[in-house]
Design a protein around this ligand. Structure first.
Ligand code: M6R
Length: 618
């Protein structure tokens, strides 16, 4: 995720900004920049992008050595690209046409396309591909329209014109000591150190300098000057300041008070799903995938889909196979990427090959996609990293917006992938006319409820811990599911084995009788996905088979489903959702189960043994 730092009233403006950016580095970034206001007519702005493994902060620090002394205020930013590629031009800070103001922003301005068009019609020149730059020009507009308005008023008025999420910091050469900040959804904290007033998107950026913070709430604006912090609402009403002291160390602060990154990232899942959905459903209910470089006609001509991926990304792809086949009526084959190019797949120009990879760098998937291109197939990539190798080589990219994932086990990126894939499946259905409009409306409504349902599932962590305790002594686990429950079973087993090093296997429940049931003996722990999806009755018959052989049965079941609960020794409850969306919710307690069992065994959940976050060797 992007990071913000800002300061006024410090003798060491440059040092505060660069130190703060370095503290935000752990979040991941692809470019960085600072702007300094020293009393001249325009701010000094430097930007640098990370390329081929270099750290843009080092380049930035070298560039800023040439800064004129005496900066009175400054802002800095680390960018994790979402709208617009990770280039130097797209890096923040962004400036207005006159060069009077500079700003940094976290979040997404949802109506940036219409705002850019209106601004360009009015004569503004926008230089970047970002959604952020419109903010600089909107503020410029407000300052020009009412010359008596200062920056705070102009920021308020500009924000009244935007939809979406924002945390921003703005500096103004006409008022060199002033930093204006505002937030909606994306966090901001203010700190004080003597006369210096500091601002950051999260506490670690300031922790080396202060432990006393003021947290800005949604729809508030802060006017920061040396020795002075004034907070108001977006409507101008005063807000009393409430100080908060943290006693975290830096490591705890980076984890936002969570024990580890995995736990933090699991709790970011509702936001990852919501952000991945954001902007993609138009107000009239149609779907828009703006990163698609394939035309609708090219997509309509597709007669077969292949999905290639590894690990958790493969499981997301497997869940998507059911959705694409059912909604869009297209045949889908799915391959483990490392097998795909060695099996001589039959592809042509009417084949769509979807590569799913959070990193966009996994070599097996990258090579599989290269093989697909060799056969002139169309290549579409679902990736969490803008401009990753796969994204650069693809015909089209649909980005997940989960933010950087630091824990080796995929959690929030996995949910974001499944979200992007159902959006894609619905888009293909829309193009091919395979769903009635009223069906699409119902599905979109159900899709919109997913972030809240994921949040409800996450809140049940305490119940999951009790279930984990009841099965903690077991050395091995069998996961079973049918239909879309099958990929969930595979993912549950993968999470458990990679985090806890216990034997865990996932099977399609209907396949048990063909061999795996030989493993079941009294006390064997069998975890079944028994939410009310299409094959629930058949799934329950499979559950009966293992129960009658003495298995200890744990079932993932929909809230209030006592009929299912009666067949289980323990239940992991989740809210019900549309059948093809169910994996997005149903997998959550299995992530928590794996996490909890690994913690019981005293293992490092963020860095499981033998595993790497990005696998770049075949
Ligand atoms: O970056 P990718 O999505 O291509 O990575 C694929 C797998 O390596 C990854 O999902 C792996 O299985 C994770 N450790 C699962 O938690």
């Amino acid at each position: 995720m992007c990071g913000i730092i800002a300061v006024t009233g410090s003798d060491d403006t440059v040092e505060v900004l660069l130190d703060g950016l370095a503290m935000l580095e752990y979040r991941g970034y692809d470019s960085a920049g600072v702007a300094l206001v020293a009393g001249g007519p325009v701010p000094s702005v430097w930007r640098a992008r990370a390329a081929n493994g270099t750290r843009s902060l080092e380049d930035l620090a070298k560039a800023v050595e040439s800064a004129p002394p005496g900066a009175r205020s400054g802002i800095g930013h680390t960018r994790w690209a979402t709208h617009g590629r990770p280039t130097e031009t797209n890096a923040h800070p962004h400036v207005d046409c006159t060069g009077r103001i500079a700003l940094v922003h976290n979040g997404i301005i949802e109506n940036h396309t219409e705002l850019s068009a209106a601004l360009e019609d009015a004569g503004h020149v926008l230089e970047s591909e970002t959604d952020t730059e419109v903010l600089a020009h909107l503020i410029e507009d407000e300052l020009a329209t009412d010359r008596t308005a200062g920056l705070v008023v102009a920021v308020r008025r500009a924000l009244a014109r935007v939809r979406g999420a924002f945390a921003l910091a703005v500096v103004d050469t006409a008022d060199p000591d002033l930093v204006v900040a505002a937030r909606r959804v994306s966090p901001l904290v203010i700190g004080r150190l003597g006369e210096a007033v500091l601002l950051a998107s999260d506490i670690p950026a300031l922790l080396a300098r202060t432990r006393d913070f003021f947290v800005l709430d949604d729809d508030q604006v802060a006017e920061l000057r040396p020795g002075s912090i004034v907070v108001t609402t977006l409507d101008g009403a005063p807000v009393p300041l409430v100080a908060r002291t943290v006693d975290w160390d830096l490591d705890a602060a980076r984890k936002d008070g969570y024990e580890d990154f995995m736990s933090k990232e699991m709790h970011q899942q509702p936001a990852a799903v919501a952000d991945t959905l954001r902007d993609r459903v138009l107000p009239d209910g149609r779907l828009a995938l703006d990163e698609m470089r394939l035309s609708d006609d090219e997509l309509r001509a597709v007669d077969k889909v292949f999905i290639v991926a590894c690990g958790s990304s493969y499981h997301a792809g497997l869940a998507a196979k059911y959705a694409i086949e059912h909604w869009a009526r297209l045949p889908v084959e799915i391959d483990i990427a490392s097998e795909f190019r060695y099996r001589d797949p039959v592809l042509d120009a009417h084949t769509l090959v979807i590569g799913v990879s959070q990193s966009g760098e996994t070599v097996d998937t990258l090579q599989a996609l290269r093989e697909a291109r060799r056969w002139n197939a169309k290549v579409l990539v679902i990736s969490n990293v803008v401009d990753s190798s796969m994204a650069r080589e693809a015909d089209a990219v649909l980005y997940t917006r989960a933010g950087p994932e630091i824990g080796v086990a995929a959690t929030k990126t996995h949910l974001a992938q499944m979200t992007a894939l159902v959006v894609l499946a619905l888009y293909l259905a829309q193009l091919r006319g395979t769903l009635y409009p009223e069906e699409t409306v119902q599905l979109l409504a159900a899709m919109g409820e997913l972030p809240a349902k994921v949040a409800v599932a996450l809140d049940r962590g305490g119940d999951v811990a009790a279930v984990a305790r009841s099965v903690a002594a077991s050395p091995s686990f069998i996961f079973i599911g049918r239909h879309v429950g099958y990929p969930v079973a595979l993912e549950g087993a993968l999470k458990l084995k990679e985090l806890s090093y216990l034997r865990a296997e996932g099977f399609p429940a209907g396949e048990l009788k063909h061999g795996p049931i030989a493993l079941v003996e009294p006390g064997t722990v069998v975890i079944g996905i028994a939410t009310r999806t299409r094959l629930w009755e058949k799934m329950m018959a499979n559950v009966a088979e293992v129960r009658s052989r003495g298995a200890t049965v744990v079932l993932v079941a929909n809230d209030g489903d006592e009929e299912t609960a009666r067949q289980a020794d323990a239940v992991l409850w989740v809210p019900p959702t549309g059948p093809l969306f169910a994996p997005i919710v149903d997998v959550v307690p299995l992530q928590q189960l794996a996490y909890t069992l690994a913690r019981f065994h005293g293992l490092d959940v963020d860095r499981p043994r033998n595993l790497a976050k990005v696998v770049t060797v075949e």
